[in-house]
Design a protein around this ligand. Structure first.
Ligand code: ADE
Length: 239
C-alpha cells in the first residue's frame, strides 16, 4: 500500500512513523508513506496557505490552491489514483469496520488540515471522504491522520509480528476484547483466573467469550445494543 499525507507539519509524523510496527512495515515494503508539505505549494512569496473566511467569523481557513497543487503533484506518482480522505471533526467516524475497508485499498491520500477548517471546495473538488476519529476537536488533522495510518497499517499482511494477530482485536466481532494476564500468577494479592492456568483450551475460549460479552455490556452498552440489533452471521453460532 502507498499512503500519501498532505500536511503543513510533516515533522510531526517522524516519530510515530519511525517506531515499532509502522517503522517495520515501511522497512519491509509493506507500506510506503510519503509526506508532502502543503506550504511548499503556496503560490505567493510569503508562502500563505490560509485566509479569512468569507461571511466573517473567527479563525482562518485553509485555501484551496496549495492543497489542490500538492494533491496534483502526488497523484500521478503512483499508478493507482488512490482514495482521498479529509481528516475533519465533521467526518464520518473512523470505526474498525472503516479501517478494515481502508486497508483493502492500494493507495490512500490523507489531507490533514489546520486552522478553523478547509475551504469546502477542497472536499468537493478532490472528491475527498471526510473522516473523524471521534467527537472531540483537535488542533489539526495530523494526529487523526497518524491514528488512521496506525490502525490501517497493522492490518496489512505481514505487518504484525509472528504470533500477533488482529483476529481477536476489540471491535473485530462487535465486542471488546477479553482481559489478558501474564506472569506472575499472583501480583499484589490479585490472582490470575484459575481457568487460564487449566490448560483446557475449550473452557478458556468459552471464558474469554463470556468476559468479552460482560465488559462490552458494562463499558460499551452502545456496542452491545448494536450487536444485538444486527447479529453478525459469522459469529452467531459461536458459543
Ligand atoms: N481535526 C480536528 N479534530 C479532528 C477529529 N476529531 N477527527 C479528525 N480530524 C480532526
Amino acid at each position: 500500500m502507498r499512503i500519501d499525507v498532505l500536511t503543513l507539519f510533516p515533522e510531526m509524523f517522524h516519530s510515530p512513523l519511525g517506531h515499532s510496527i509502522l517503522r517495520r512495515a515501511q522497512q519491509q515494503d509493506i507500506v510506503e508513506i510519503v509526506l508532502s508539505n502543503i506550504r511548499e505549494f503556496a503560490a505567493d512569496s510569503y508562502r500563505k496557505v490560509d485566509d479569512k473566511p468569507y461571511g466573517g467569523g473567527p479563525g482562518m481557513v485553509l485555501m484551496p490552491q496549495p492543497v489542490f497543487d500538492a494533491f496534483d503533484n502526488v497523484r500521478t506518482r503512483h499508478p493507482d489514483p488512490g482514495r482521498a480522505i479529509l481528516l475533519t471533526p465533521q467526518g464520518q467516524p473512523l470505526t474498525q469496520e472503516k479501517v478494515i475497508d481502508l486497508s483493502r485499498e492500494k493507495r490512500l491520500i490523507l489531507i490533514a488540515g489546520r486552522y478553523e477548517g478547509f475551504d469546502e471546495r477542497i472536499r468537493i473538488g478532490l472528491d475527498a471522504e471526510p473522516v473523524s476519529i471521534g467527537d472531540y476537536v483537535l488542533s489539526g488533522g495530523e494526529l487523526p491522520a497518524m491514528v488512521l495510518i496506525d490502525a490501517v497499517v497493522r492490518l496489512l499482511d505481514g505487518a504484525l509480528g509472528d504470533g500477533d494477530s488482529a483476529a481477536d482485536d476489540s471491535f473485530s466481532k462487535g465486542l471488546l476484547e477479553y482481559p489478558h494476564y501474564t506472569r506472575p500468577e499472583e501480583f499484589r494479592g490479585m490472582k490470575v483466573p484459575e481457568i487460564l492456568l487449566s490448560g483446557d483450551h475449550g473452557k478458556i475460549a468459552q471464558w474469554r467469550k463470556e468476559q468479552s460479552i460482560e465488559r462490552t455490556k458494562k463499558w460499551r452498552p452502545d456496542l452491545w445494543q448494536k450487536r444485538q440489533s444486527q447479529p453478525d452471521p459469522k459469529t452467531e453460532n459461536e458459543p
